[in-house]
Ligand binder design. Sequence first.
Ligand code: PBG
Length: 319
Amino acid sequence: MLRPRRLRSNANIRRMVRENHLSVDDFIYPIFVEEGENIKTEIPSMPGIFRYSIDRLGEELKEVQSLGIPSIMLFGIPLHKDAEGSSSWSKEGIIQQASRYIKKEFPSLYLVADVCFCEYTDHGHCGVLVNNEVDNDLTLTNLEKQTVSLVEAGVDMIAPSGMMDGTIATLRDALDLGGYSQIPLMAYSVKYSSAFYGPFRDAADSTPSFGDRKTYQMDPANRIEALKEAALDAEEGADILMVKPALAYLDIIRDLKELHDLPIAAYNVSGEYAMVKAAAEKGWIDGEKVMMEKLLSMKRAGADIILSYFAKEVARVLS
Ligand code: PBG
C-alpha cells in the first residue's frame, strides 16, 4: 500500500519534509505615527497595536529591532487635513519627520512608506476629487510630490496603495529623474475593495466621508482583472508585487507567484488581525496557533514577504 503517513510518524521526520517555514526575515511591521506629543494610544479594534507620536516611537522601534524584524512600514496620522492631502508632501509632514528621526536613531531598520492620500484628505478618499470622483491623473501629480518628499526624508522603499492607473510608471520616472533610481517600488498591485480594512480606517482616521472606494479598489469577485493589474505594474517597473488583503485572496498570491519573476508580498490586513484577536480573547480559538497557521498559508501560497501586525508576536514565537 502507498502510505503517506510514513513521513508523518514523528516530529523529526515531519521537520525534515516540511516544505514551508516562517522566518522573521519575511516580515514588514506596519506602524502608525501620529502628529503630537507623548501619544501612545491603543487602537480598540487592534489590541496590542498603538498609535505613537514621534517622541514615543523609540520604545516601539527598539523592540522591533531587538526582535530582528528587518523592516517597518509607516502610516501617518496628520493634524492638518485638506481637500488635496497637502500635508502628505510637506517637508514637515508627519512621515517626513518620522523618517528623519528613524534614519538617525535606527539606521539599520529598512523603512517602507505607504503612499496614499486617504489619511491626509478631509474627505478621506485616496486622491483629488473632481465632481465627487477621484481624478486619476491629478492624483498622480500629487503622488509624485509625496513620493519625492518621502525619499528626500530618508525612506528606503515606496509602496503606493491608492490603486490609481499608471502609478508605477509615473513614480518610477519621478524617482529616476530625481536621482533616486535605486529606490524600489512595492506596488499594491491587487488591492481589493475589502471590508477587512475596517479596523485600519479607525486606526488611521481614513474612512471616506461619503461613498466607498469601489471606483479605484478592485472587486473581490475578480481574478482575471487582478492578473491584468499585476502585469501592468510589472511592465511599468514594479520591483515587488503585493496582494491585499491576504487570507481571503491566497489564490491570487499563488497566481502572481507563478506568473511573475518578482518577489510577491501579502498584506495580512487589520481585519484579519482583529478576527484572530477577538476569537482568541473569547477563548474560542488558540490565537497563537491560528496566527502561525494562517501566516504559513500565505508562504505556502507563494508570498515572499508578509506585511503583518503580528510580526512582533511571530518573532517571539520563532525565537
Ligand atoms: C490606504 C491603505 C489602507 C490600508 C493600507 N493602506 C486602507 C484602505 O484602503 O482603506 C489597509 C491596511 C489594513 O487594513 O491593515 N492608504
